[in-house]
Design a protein around this ligand. Structure first.
Ligand code: PLP
Length: 388
């Protein structure tokens, strides 16, 4: 029998996928399912982006691209980061990868090794601790409070830093809480990081989905010292409704990006060539589809947040991304029990918070129609009435 590597025991399977499989099975049996588990926009990728990729196929863009990405796309990403995010990157500081997730993996593999500690504020996106472990580093979880919007504080950060701390992971807007850090909050965190010379991975995947007129601030834009310590990760999946294209990017100091490219050159060889031409059209073309999608997400956020409040499911007001993350502690159930029961009894699909480091919570994605949100909230109300 083939013996598995010790890595097998380190990695937890994705609960999100297990729930999604059960929901699919229920739907296939003809049951109407109210699915709030999906972490992707329900819109199609804008037509001009699809057309550009089709054209690239017809023009023979079917061969290997350079491992770091199509040069014109790297230039456009650097230009976008300079223009929109005030991050002074040049093209050779950018790597295009197979989704935002692989961009994160590449830079974490480039900077982390055995003994390194990675600070991860909880609730966190499910893959951060797993990727840290794949890189043989130690995830150190920093619990945060619903009362202050699930934000890590500078005092907490300072107290958690040890001589082995290598990296803080910061995700604003956040999956799963919808939390958005303000400029002042980021400045305070940046001061601690610069003083301790700890790097930060800024996962800005949801930067375009931000509400109430709030601004997205990139921590690396807050001065030359923090810029040198920042790895900025982002991608096309959420902003351009392009999850299946598998296109993301990271930007950072040249020596880190060069190493990330070397790693990528020995693993995937880079992102799909003709897909990258779609990304070029995404960045060069009109951006109005993004704003239309953002406005729709904001309307859904309002509906979902108001509905959850009326049902007595408290959660901090989500100001970005497309998730609400209420606690169910007052029902006497943990998140996993709540999700399993509400799925079987009312066919509402949500994700238990344990995978996000908050077992007392559940995650709702509102990347679904308003009609389904309304029906799902009614089903949830029936469930809560029964279990109250
Ligand atoms: N970062 C966060 C916070 C996410 O929620 C996701 C996807 O769900 C990603 C990164 C990865 O995105 P991609 O689908 O481009 O790999």
């Amino acid at each position: 029998m083939i013996q598995l590597a010790d890595r097998a025991a380190m990695i937890s399977p994705s609960t999100t996928l297990a729930i999604a499989a059960r929901a699919k099975a229920l739907a296939a049996s003809g049951v109407e399912v109210y699915d709030f588990s999906v972490g992707e926009p329900d819109f199609d990728t804008p037509a001009h982006i699809r057309e550009a990729a089709k054209r690239a196929l017809d023009e023979g863009k079917t061969r290997y691209a350079p491992a770091a990405g199509v040069p014109h796309l790297r230039e456009l990403v650097a230009e976008k980061l300079r223009r929109e995010n005030n991050l002074p990157y040049s093209a050779d500081q950018v790597i295009i990868s197979t989704g935002g997730k692989q961009a994160i993996l590449n830079v974490m593999l480039a900077v982390l090794g055995p003994g390194d500690e990675v600070l991860i504020p909880a609730p966190y996106w499910v893959s951060y601790p797993e990727i840290a472990k794949l890189a043989r580093a130690k995830p150190v979880i920093l619990p945060t409070d619903a009362a202050n919007g699930y934000k890590v504080t500078p005092e907490q950060l300072r107290a958690a830093i040890t001589p082995r701390t290598k990296l803080l992971i910061l995700n604003s807007p956040s999956n799963p809480t919808g939390t958005v850090y303000t400029r002042a909050e980021l400045e305070a965190l940046a001061a601690v990081l610069v003083e301790a010379q700890v790097a930060v991975l800024a996962d800005e995947m949801y930067e375009k989905l931000i509400y109430d007129g709030m601004e997205h601030v990139s921590i690396g834009s807050l001065g030359p010292d923090i810029f040198e310590l920042t790895l900025t990760c982002n991608g096309f999946s959420k902003a351009y409704a392009a999850t299946g294209w598998r296109l993301g990017y990271a930007a950072g100091p040249r020596h880190v990006i060069k190493t990330a490219v070397d790693i990528q050159s020995h693993t995937t060889s880079g992102a799909t060539t003709f897909a990258q031409y779609g990304a070029i059209a995404a960045l060069e073309g009109p951006q109005d589809a993004l704003e239309a999608m953002r406005q729709e997400f904001e309307a859904r956020r309002n509906l979902m947040y108001q509905g959850l409040r009326e049902l007595g499911l408290p959660c901090p007001y989500p100001q970005g991304a497309f998730y609400a993350f209420p606690s169910v502690a007052h029902t006497g159930m943990d998140g996993a029990t709540f999700c399993a029961r509400v799925l079987e009894e009312e066919h509402v699909v949500c994700v238990p918070g344990d995978a996000f480091g908050a077992p007392e919570c559940i995650r709702f994605s509102y990347a679904t129609s308003r009609a389904l949100i309304e029906k799902g909230l009614s089903a949830l109300a029936r469930f809560l009435q029964r279990v109250a």
